[in-house]
Design a protein around this ligand. Sequence first.
Ligand code: F6R
Ligand code: MG
Ligand code: MG
Length: 364
Amino acid sequence: MSRITLSVIKADVGGYVGHATMHPDLVDKANKKLSAARKKGLLVDFYVASCGDDLELIMTHKKGTDSKEIHGLAWDTFTACTEVAKKLKLYGAGQDLLKDAFSGNIKGLGPGVTEMEFNERKSEPIIIFMADKTSPGAWNLPLYKMFADPFNTAGLVIDPAMHEGFVFEVLDIKKHKKIALSCPEEMYDLLMFIGAVDRFMIKAVYRKDGEIGATASTQKLSLVAGRYVGKDDPVLIVRCQSGLPAVGEALEPFAFAHLVEGWMRGSHQGPLMPVAFHDANPSRFDGPPRVIAAGFQLCNGKLEGPVDLFDDPSFDEARRKANEIAYYMRAHGPFEPHRLGLETLEYTTMPQLMKKFEKKFKPE
Ligand code: F6R
Ligand code: MG
Ligand code: MG
């Protein structure tokens, strides 16, 4: 058994066409940069993926979480890819690199990050979920189902290794505080928090013996920049099997295309559609939001994979339903609840309108 760190760091450094998908030259550039780092021994292994307009660096190494070297490598890779994007005049080149310089940790600079360090088990199946056109709160419902809902995860009921339940670490992103809540004992308390997806986000899930089961990116670009700069498009790592959710239990929540914030201009509610890699090109009304699932077997840090886990006809019905919901939601046009409420709108003309019509408003 050896300690290994899995880091998934992602950014939108230029869209092709508009915000729809990824130009292959960006993937090539990222592959070259990470390949050089593997040769030097900084990385054990890597895989470059994309979901919509987001470039996803999946890396294994021995440097632990929050490593300056690994975060620096990701920053350099995104910077190099931005150069390529600028040359090609891709849309929004460098849009997620909100700061000019790297200062030791990539968190707070724009890109999304999730990492976990663990002892690689005898066999280590993992799934990396990557979403586009949505925000980190999108993981709350599926994570709850995977690790706390017996109607989703049979193991919670019938596997002695899971029967004790799990601990959820939840962030209050407005107050910058976190809380650990234990399920099933504190299930109703947990739900009260995580149902408010815009404010409370599940950051990690642990087994009660301390083994880590899942970690999610929780960065909100708008909080970093103080204004709308694109949706956060989060990532999630889930370890599977042997006392953790089976691969099928981790995928099962996505058979229900739940409503998430994001879609056009980051300002609409829409269904999260589970798709195969080749279908992660959100185009209708810049969406609807997508999620892909890349399965890997870790082998001494080496990433065997990926297997495109939503490339399975058993998710066709979820996709069909998602399309039906998309039509239904779209029919609301600029009305809530399709358009987000004033508090959460990412694009808004309201301040200008209030100013413009200040004098026209009369006491009723
Ligand atoms: C959503 C997203 C797109 C853009 C939209 C307008 O996350 O990225 O829906 O918000 O295409 O983009 P701009 O304002 O750059 O023309
Ligand atoms: Mg974009
Ligand atoms: Mg995106």
